[in-house]
Design a protein. Structure first.
Length: 201
């Protein structure tokens, strides 16, 4: 799969600089930073009355930032060891006809800190990937491409704390039906999404 670089060059350097500052130094040696585990899942928790059988999305990456207003090229995104949190796109099927249990997107290690934003990057159509996001109707017989150009990067402002040596389960609650907008014959994804969290075990 083609991996897209989500950072502008200056933003990438700033992100690595921030990671270095978090790691800290002193006394001639590095000091290990405290870390915790973040599990991110997604669930359809909205209306079950729309005409779509399935809303299929492909998530390229998930990252978090202490700044609620951080843009993709800004400093502070975690995890900072790789540009993307996922090695390949995570395919998620949301079924508007029945609210289901959350589906895990990724479990990752991040610095113990208070965060204020989680951001999803969706896989986009390219020469290597054809129609990664789509909806189906009529028991799956009609498959319709979903335009995600307005939602290639989805910010969710939500404050939560990842404790040192602890775990947080973060669930993204999406209203799949309300998130699909018919724009003159083209179906667009305009996410209606919120978040909740709980301490993991």
């Amino acid at each position: 799969m083609h991996i897209r670089n989500i950072f502008r060059p200056a933003g990438l350097l700033a992100a690595f600089a921030t990671a270095a500052q978090l790691a800290g130094c002193g006394g001639g040696g590095g000091t290990a930073i405290a870390e915790g585990t973040l599990r991110v899942a997604i669930a359809n928790t909205g209306s079950a009355t729309c005409a779509y059988d399935t809303v299929h999305i492909a998530i390229d990456s998930v990252m978090v930032n202490p700044n609620a207003n951080a843009a993709p090229g800004d400093a502070g995104w975690q995890p900072a060891d790789v540009p993307l949190a996922l090695r390949q796109a995570k395919k998620i099927d949301l079924h508007p006809q029945s609210n289901e249990a959350p589906q895990e997107i990724v479990t990752m290690t991040v610095p113990a800190a208070r965060y204020a934003q989680v951001r999803l990057w969706l896989e986009q159509t390219s020469v290597l990937v054809v129609t990664p996001n789509w909806v189906s109707k009529n028991a799956g017989t009609d498959k319709i491409a979903l335009d995600t150009s307005k939602a290639a990067s989805i910010p969710i402002q939500y404050a939560f704390t990842v404790p040192a040596n602890g775990r947080v389960d973060l669930t993204l609650n999406v209203d799949a039906c309300r998130s699909i907008v018919d724009a003159g014959g083209t179906l667009q994804l305009i996410p209606v999404i919120s978040a909740t969290s709980a301490s993991g075990t």
